[in-house]
Write a new protein. Sequence first.
Length: 216
Amino acid sequence: MATLLHIDSSVFPAEASSSRCVTDAFRKAWQEQHPQGTVIHRDLAASPVPHITADAWSADYAAPREHTPGQSAAFAARVQLIEELEQADAVLIGAPMYNYSIPSTLKAWLDNVLLPGRTAGPAPSAQGTPAVVVASRGGSYAPGTPREGYEFVQNYLKAVLQGTLGLDLDFIVPELTMAPRNPAMSELIPLYEASRERAFQDANAKAKQLAERLAA
């Protein structure tokens, strides 16, 4: 049966996080198609992975027998994350926009799994793995909007997940999530509600389509 690697990075609990609500809907739809399948869930807010250190970085450039104890421990932790990615049949990532970019915990995960000569390079080890990113944001940064130039989530993740890791990338984008909480955005609530409903529909549809694709 298929394995889904599910990564959440929102600092907020499910009921207060748009990205978690949508990834949860995707996961439930996936599990309906794969009741005997495996889900590896990493909550990077609850259990952050280590940021890259000199030991973790330098260990890749030395033979294992030459590793210091610090290098061995740091590299082993990095390899565990890489193996989870390599073993996944599909990847689901919740990536809310914080200060125009991704959460630092998600950046730390990416820094760990990007390994030249293995996951990155001419033949990335996870190349072709389908990946869906739920890129929620408080406002709108769509083409043609005043803040289009501040969009550093999708642009960055396209470069890393698709351009470097070689994943088959798709996005779900719930936007204007601050509208119900910010009086200055109250007139945008209908647009927020439409975006939220569309995100849930996309999550269900993409999860089922992906399940059918992997079962074929």
